[in-house]
Design a protein around this ligand. Sequence first.
Ligand code: SIN
Length: 325
Amino acid sequence: MNKHVDGMASRPLRTERAGVVVTRTGVNLGAEITGIDLRKPLSDEQFEAIDAALVEHALIVFRDQDISSANLMDFGRRFGELTVHPFAPNEGKNAPELIKFRNDENTPPFGTDVWHSDETFRAEPPMATILCAKEVPAVGGDTMFVSMAAAYDGLSEKMQQYISGLEGIHDMKPFRPLFGKSQEERKNLQHFELQYPPQLHPVVRIHPVSRRKVLFVNPQFTVGIDGMDERESRQLLDTLFHQALVPEYQHRHHWQPHTIAMWDNRSTQHYAVHDYYPQRRYMERVTIKGGPVTGLPKANPASVRKAKFAAPAHVDTHGGHKPHR
Ligand code: SIN
């Protein structure tokens, strides 16, 4: 059974700093921000208030912001360098940092309907992502978010101790099917595999600003636990992935045109609900560069084996005994 942690329930519902009004919309994550116009440059005080709200609430939402793509990129750049997604189609030379998701029945989004933190296959995954709604379905097309700090707090103390110091293996596996089977495409895939080898990240990361402990494994990119065999890994990961499914740790975000959501990628996961076809949904996205992922000291560095996981397309979680490798 999960502990449902509502330690945040006693915080104030509404705060104001430099004219930036932050209203909580969820117990474990989520707040709406009013009092600013993102078409205009932010003052340092406004920026600091928003930056603090991002860390505190993990998901911040701005309504009625009819901004241009350039405004969106400028806003993102206040938080740091924008990154270019290696696999998502982007706006080319003029704005490689900008992703336009134009989706309908014939062009469904790729791989967003699985719980994930963005790009954890990178050595330094993004610190935050900003998504701006241009055209939204009349019904459906929500995005689900989950606080992975609450998910960590909700584990039993025994499990928290057990996973402290472990490292997850994060891999670009979901993108492999994007490459075809021709010789040239396979060569291209090899090039990306060399550029993005599997990464080890702590299973429990320490948020660099809040210092909260965060459960940092996700079913999209985490393919194993370093030093464990496949079956052990899979069973532990299933247990940990389950934490994202606990409603108490989640927030369901409903989009309207000109809504902007920004999430702290260090402490959340998200899932785009693919229920809106044949309606259209058009969103613009930028992502902000993150730093190294730091965690608790390793449990037993001597026992760490290098990753032998070949990013299995499917692992049988209930099959027969799999011998140690
Ligand atoms: C994403 O996974 O970055 C996209 C989320 C969404 O489309 O709601």
